[in-house]
Design a protein around this ligand. Structure first.
Ligand code: GLU
Length: 416
């Protein structure tokens, strides 16, 4: 079979396989391999030069049997409906695996935020909400940031929603700034969840967590994982890092704080003092104890999988490994912590944010960290049990647990 880089085809195959293992009936399978609802719209924005540009946007509510749809909005130049479908499907799996009372969704706008001014971005963000407002809300669908979106964009989006509805609705969107209903601990939640899962994996494998690690993709998740790995695991040498512009390598380990400051000021990791320049793809193939793919889909393929030497792979990105690559990693005995578990910290703390917004009562930061730790540790154990029980690899075990929960909710509602 030719390796598919269409993430939705990959996601559909994963659901089909899980459905087979669970022996689900035909209708349930058919329901779960398709999004429940899709919205496609255009967003006109008057650019700074006075010319109106038309942007294309999507919001997909993949499944809402367990609760309202939940998932981020991406601003990405090559946005494609199938990628959003896949990501919305994986959000459904993530919320189910973490046992959150939520469904899954995802949205996106085809745009290049790097080439847009702050005013243009605000206009685009508000336009997205004007197009989707009737379908959003704390009991319908709750967006959050994703690739190239951030708390400021969430603030504009929430404000637009509240202007339209003329009431406060802080829980309609998550990862907001603290002053307007955000929660402590959300900004580093994705990375924290990933590092907690690495802690559990090291424990299970009897692996010293203070060995070497490498990070592919140095955005919010990658940067925070770099710092939290040392903080939560009591050490570790970051020997390789890359972003979209290039990679760097240092066998003695980087000073992580300085590297993050460098990236934030220069916009890239290349040129960081003490780092030897390497090809950005070479970071994935470094001989490390833990590898964090933290960029985007389809980074690990059948081409580079045979060269991967990391003992533990913690997938902070969504869908970084193709199914063909997955097989190779498993044959080679690499311990993969699948994306729907490794990157679920973000949506978990988003859920805590919704809970706090609902009660208008906010937790201490440590409380958020503790609750997140409990949820991720529990999910890790559930996946470990499913691996043993179903005799499948980690991604399929996690998918089987999720699909079983979503399918049960659909059946209880009488949908299938
Ligand atoms: N975009 C993040 C993810 O892919 C977070 C979603 C959310 O908090 O709703 O998991």
């Amino acid at each position: 079979m030719i390796e598919s880089f269409n993430s939705f085809e990959v996601a559909q195959r994963q659901i089909q396989q899980a459905a087979e293992i669970l022996d689900l009936n035909e209708a349930t399978r058919d329901l779960l391999i398709w999004p429940q609802r899709e919205f496609k719209f255009t967003i006109p924005v008057k650019m700074d030069n006075g010319i109106v540009r038309i942007f294309h946007g999507w919001r997909i509510q993949y499944n809402t049997a367990r609760g309202p749809a939940k998932g981020g909005i991406r601003f990405y130049p090559d946005e494609h409906v199938d990628t959003i479908r896949a990501l919305a499907c994986w959000m459904t799996c993530k919320t189910a695996l973490l046992n959150l009372p939520l469904g899954g969704g995802k949205g996106g706008i085809a745009c290049n935020p790097r080439e847009m001014s702050e005013r243009e971005l605000e206009s685009l963000s508000r336009g997205y909400i004007r197009a989707t407002a009737p379908y959003l809300g704390v009991d319908k669908d709750i967006p959050a940031p994703d690739m190239y979106t951030n708390p400021q964009i969430m603030a504009w989006m929430m404000d637009e929603f509240e202007m339209i509805s003329q009431r406060h609705h802080p829980g309609m969107i998550t990862d907001k700034p603290l002053q307007i209903g955000g929660t402590e601990g959300r900004r580093d939640a994705t990375a924290r969840g990933g590092v907690i899962s690495v802690r559990e994996a090291c424990h299970a494998l009897n692996l010293d967590p203070t060995g070497s690690y490498a990070i592919q993709g140095f955005g919010n998740a990658g940067q925070r994982a770099a710092l939290l790995h040392q903080e939560l695991l009591g050490g570790g040498k970051l020997v390789g890092v890359c972003d979209s512009r290039g990679g760097i390598y240092n066998p003695d380990g980087f000073d992580v704080k300085e590297l993050v400051t460098y990236k934030l000021t220069k916009g890239a990791v290349s040129g960081f003092p003490g780092g030897k320049a390497i090809d950005r793809d070479a970071v994935l193939e470094m001989d490390v104890d833990v590898l964090y793919p933290s960029a985007m889909e389809n980074a690990i393929t059948s081409q580079n999988a045979p060269n991967i030497k990391g003992k533990v792979i913690c997938e902070l990105a969504n869908g970084p490994t193709t199914p063909e690559a997955d097989k190779i990693l498993n044959t080679n005995g690499i311990h993969v912590i699948p994306d729907i578990l490794a990157s679920a910290g973000g949506v978990t703390v988003s859920y805590f944010e919704m809970v706090q917004d609902k009660y208008s009562y906010f937790w201490e930061e440590q409380e958020v960290h503790n609750q997140l730790d409990k949820k991720i540790t529990k999910a890790y154990q559930t996946v470990t049990e499913a691996i043993r029980e179903k005799k499948v690899h980690s991604r399929m075990a996690a998918t089987v647990v999720s699909v079983a929960r979503v399918a049960e909710a659909c059946e209880l509602r009488g949908w299938v």
